[in-house]
Design a protein around this ligand. Sequence first.
Ligand SMILES: Cc1cc2nc3c(=O)[nH]c(=O)nc-3n(C[C@H](O)[C@H](O)[C@H](O)COP(=O)(O)OP(=O)(O)OC[C@H]3O[C@@H](n4cnc5c(N)ncnc54)[C@H](O)[C@@H]3O)c2cc1C
Length: 415
Amino acid sequence: MPRIKMYTTDFCSYCNRAKRILESKNLEFEEINIHGSAEMRDEIEELTGRRDVPQIFIDDTHIGDDDDLAELAFSGKLDEMFNREGEGTQMEEIKKNSDGNGLEERNVIIIGGGTAGFAAGIYTSRAMLEPLLITGDALGGQLSLTLDLENYPGFFGTEAAKFIQGMQEQAERFGTEVRFDRVTEVDFNRQPFYVKTYDQAYLAKAIIICTGASPRTLNIPGEEKYGGRGVSYCATCDGFFFQEQRLVVVGGGDAAMEEAIFLTRFASEVYIVHRRDQLRASQILQERAFKNDKIKFIWSSIVEEIQGDGEKVTGALLKNVETDETQVFPIDGVFIFIGHIPNTELFESVIEMDDQDYVVVDNLQSTNIEGVFAAGDVHDHVFRQAITAGGAGAAAAISAEKFIAELENRAYPGQ
Ligand SMILES: Cc1cc2nc3c(=O)[nH]c(=O)nc-3n(C[C@H](O)[C@H](O)[C@H](O)COP(=O)(O)OP(=O)(O)OC[C@H]3O[C@@H](n4cnc5c(N)ncnc54)[C@H](O)[C@@H]3O)c2cc1C
């Protein structure tokens, strides 16, 4: 049996994601936590050329990070590597049944395992609808990218990881079935609706879309080339690689401030590059950032290029948008927090979206297709908070419950 080794750090959400992938496949692995060990950190960098975690090896072959592992898992290649027969062959059955015959039928399928998805899970399972929740790659959603949760009523200074675990346990306790899988195709032009994942296909009377949002990239030269080699979207995961180094944080919102403050635990200096001359972060976070001696601001500027020596980041080409002046700023790492794009690719030309690709819903969380609901950051580009996502998830669940009752000619409480 091939041996799996995974290098991790203490605050690494992407490492948790990789662990969950392996656990969902019942694969044992050895975890090597490099947090605090400069020697191991340098060893990993030498072995892989990477400055991010997790880094995963199967036997002595470096297979990459959590994204690479997810691709292997979802494509069935991981099963092949471990000579697992039977798994994955269900796809043949699914193809034969693409008309829906013989597929497992559920009352509700919730697509997404973030705050909105788990809130929908709790409500629909308490309504005895035995929902299926498909988590996608990021169990816990965007909250898995942060350390603490300070603004969710009742949860003051709670570790985000514990909050996520609590949501899952609560949803499962009431009867939500949580599956680690990714939805790859939907057909909402039929009832029951058709939902296909990497290794299953289902029918469902109602759907709740909670696919949230993903970090926006800068799309500049050097960004992709140096991804994991100095360019990062997760300070809590990769900050440890930058002890006593100079970093740039790009962005002016809450996430940028939080992550910049976190990075000062490791870095010698953190420069926040913002395209405007004032921040849009909340007042409390602005104050914390302004008070931090290690944080400095480069106003009205954008990063035009991320430069490196072929192996790792060495500088950022900055341009002042007011004067057009440019400068190469010597730097060891660039952390990017410039907002999010909704995860709606799957629903393109399937449901109505606005001009920024957010799902359009009415005040009952219903999309333009009866029986298909949406909740959370996938439709909300204004508030984008865990509490609002959770509230919308609960509302979508109640609407789905009512929809199913009507579909089955059952009385619905309150009618
Ligand atoms: C760094 C950071 C810090 C934050 N801090 C706070 C904070 O302190 N307080 C606060 O209130 N908010 C905070 N937020 C915002 C908060 O995390 C979001 O508003 C909230 O997570 C939105 O929840 P959601 O369920 O709508 O979407 P998400 O959390 O984005 O979850 C989306 C889910 O959908 C899944 N998914 C996507 N595509 C598919 C697919 N094809 N198939 C199946 N599943 C899929 C993903 O795997 C994920 O599980 C923070 C965000 C970030 C990035």
